[in-house]
Design a protein around this ligand. Structure first.
Ligand SMILES: Nc1ncnc2c1ncn2[C@@H]1O[C@H](COP(=O)(O)OP(=O)(O)OP(=O)(O)O)[C@@H](O)[C@H]1O
Ligand SMILES: [Mg+2]
Length: 600
């Protein structure tokens, strides 16, 4: 997989894209607006409480210092009263913070679940050609990484921004209300802080983006190495792949280091600058305290020292939130791009047309098709297959045999021409009906994590007796009997089953399906010749009276076909039964004789 082909989460966003993506995210969040607003009210509440608390602290200090200055005893009941109020304030603050983060966590997790559900439903609705041009890892990372990034940024980013803005505004108001002279003193540091923020963000942002890019490259390398382990070992390529991985790993380390090192300067530098504010506030307040007219006392001073601290934190929080929102925008761009992919056309208004039984006549009428518009694979294909025929499609690799089957199953739509079953165009039937008409054994065997029984019965509800019969016919009963648990043996991913055994299982699956027509694409290419003969017999029994399409490279297996279509470069160059084609002494005869010679 070439990661350069995909937009990675966190990759630099084009101008305007950030806004567009965030807008989509906000629209998606609409149903959760009320809980989000409630959470934000709690966040604002917590912020207000933490801003107001220094006022009480100020009162508390004043109660104590009043006694010290006048020599009168400290009124302990007042001290206790203010202390209790202060504790209640902070307790309410903690409660508000917890409630808001609880709501935000619930909302963001619900949102993630909804996004994942939508993506997984979407996977069933995009046409197969989507999968041809999008690597598996890419879609996988949209379901996992990108959705997670969105969830986390929702949880942190949104409340972080609200909290910081509330805090900033609140602290400013509180400071000006308390003493405008001291408030102005604190504000002197703002330009320095802003400059610092600007410089750090300017240098750290590109490093953060680069970091996410490199992380994506690293992920795809891990995936590649994982899936290609056997080939890597067989070609002794461990050193090469190891060095390649090391290079990416080092790059990732370097930019992560730079990004983190730069952004970790932020906090200490902010604190450092804020010490100037502390000093300035102390000096100015010290001068003012001596003047009773100024209204500044020790309480004001202590409150201001807390304000200076409260004032510098939202600035760096806003900077962090900018980072978080940036990656949320990138991730939501990728997720929504997938959700907006073109879907298979809606067929809910189409009715099943061949409900009353299928004869099995199949006609290809001037079919023209290419996977991409600029490369035609099948230029003009016509053939008429009588009900109950066994049709063999033969031809060299890449001739377009599997492509024909893909078109017959409506996995892809023809560019022009038509395919008719019993005289009805498959375009007029719902796709599900076409799929119901054919039992299919694909060239690529596929098994999922589940028991052998589940793998064979798959989408059907069938009795054990039927499964057993199918297994007998497919010649897989012995294998199943030797597995611990028999049909209940759990298969992780099919890697522990040989290629031939997998094919037999998929044949049993097609037999259980018991569809009116059958397609076998290289169904027995991986099994030994003796097993193949047994299956051949079972297949012949199964296909007896049913129209079936058999693709086989081993021509001995299709000798008894009613019709053999010989394909080359997407065209049918010869057609007829075995004897006719041999007599013709054309391409088929050449193919057959070369195999026959090879077998000897
Ligand atoms: N999903 C796809 N996207 C683009 N091109 C494809 C796709 N699948 C197949 N092709 C191309 O279409 C041509 C026909 O492929 P097809 O799979 O039909 O061959 P085949 O006759 O089944 O070969 P084989 O005997 O190797 O199975 C090939 O040139 C192949 O590269
Ligand atoms: Mg093929």
């Amino acid at each position: 997989m070439n990661p350069g082909h995909m937009r990675m989460s966190g990759a630099p966003l084009k101008k305007g894209e950030f806004k567009k993506n965030i807008k989509k995210l906000v629209l998606f969040m609409k149903p959760y607006l009320i809980p989000i607003l409630i959470a934000l009210v709690f966040t604002a509440g917590a912020t207000v409480l933490s801003i107001y608390a220094p006022q009480i602290l100020s009162d508390l200090v004043n109660v104590i210092t009043a006694g010290l200055l006048t020599g009168a005893p400290v009124v302990m009941s007042d001290v206790a009263r203010f202390a209790v109020i202060l504790i209640i304030f902070y307790a309410c603050n903690a409660l508000c913070t917890y409630t808001s983060s609880y709501i935000m966590t619930t909302v963001s997790q619900r949102m993630c679940r909804k996004l994942r559900t939508q993506i997984s439903e979407k996977i069933n609705r995009v046409p197969l050609k989507y999968f041809d041009s999008h690597p598996y890892g890419d879609t996988l990372s949209r379901v996992t990484n990108d959705v997670d990034t969105i969830g986390n940024s929702m949880q942190q980013g949104v409340s972080m921004v609200v909290q910081s803005v509330c805090m900033l505004v609140g602290v400013l108001i509180a400071m000006f209300v308390t003493s405008w002279q001291l408030a102005l003193t604190v504000l002197i540091i703002v330009p320095f802080m802003a400059l610092l923020l600007f410089v750090i963000l300017k240098f750290s942002q590109p490093q953060f983006r680069k970091m996410q890019d490199e992380l994506a490259v690293l992920n795809s390398k891990v995936e590649e190495n994982y899936s290609g382990q056997l080939v890597i070992k067989a070609f002794n390529a461990e050193k090469r792949t190891g060095a390649d991985f090391d290079k990416t790993n080092k790059k990732l380390k370097n930019c992560t280091f730079k990004a983190q090192a730069l952004s970790s300067i932020m906090q200490p530098a902010m604190t450092f600058i804020s010490y100037f504010a502390y000093a300035a506030v102390c000096v100015v307040a010290g001068l003012m305290i001596t003047d009773p007219q100024s209204g500044v006392n020790f309480g004001t001073l202590s409150a201001f020292l807390v304000y200076v601290n409260l004032f510098q934190s939202p600035l760096s929080q806003i900077a962090q939130a900018a980072n978080v929102l940036q990656s949320a925008a990138a991730a939501s761009g990728r997720v929504f791009a997938f959700l907006e992919e073109e879907e298979l056309s809606d067929e809910s208004d189409k009715k099943y047309l061949l409900k009353d039984g299928v004869r099995g006549e199949v006609e290809f009428r001037h079919v023209r098709f290419g996977y991409s518009p600029d490369r035609v694979i099948i230029p003009d294909f016509s053939a008429k297959i009588q009900p109950g025929w066994k049709v063999a499609i033969v031809g060299p690799t890449g001739a377009g045999k599997t492509t024909m089957v893909n078109l017959l199953m409506r996995f892809y739509e023809v560019n022009s021409g038509d395919i008719l079953i019993d005289g009805v165009s498959i375009k007029d039937m719902p796709r599900e009906e076409v799929h119901d008409l054919f039992g299919m054994v694909l060239q690529d065997t596929w098994m999922f994590a589940g028991t052998l029984r589940e793998n064979i019965a798959y989408s059907k509800d069938v009795s054990d007796e039927e499964i057993r019969k199918a297994c007998d016919a497919a010649g897989i009963s012995h294998f199943i009997a030797t597995q611990p648990g028999g049909l209940d043996h759990y298969v992780e991913n099919g890697d522990e089953i040989s290629g031939g055994q997998k094919q037999l299982i998929t044949i049993a699956r097609a037999m259980v399906e018991n569809a009116p027509m059958l397609i076998l694409d290289e169904a027995t290419s991986n099994v030994d010749t003796r097993t193949e003969e047994v299956i051949q017999e079972a297949m012949d029994n199964l296909t007896h009276g049913r129209t079936s399409f058999v693709i086989a490279h081993r021509l001995s297996t299709i000798k008894n076909a009613d019709m053999i279509l010989v394909m080359r470069d997407g065209n049918i160059i010869e057609q007829g039964n075995h004897e006719e084609l041999i007599a013709k002494d054309g391409f088929y005869a050449q193919l057959y004789n070369s195999q026959f010679a090879g077998d000897c």
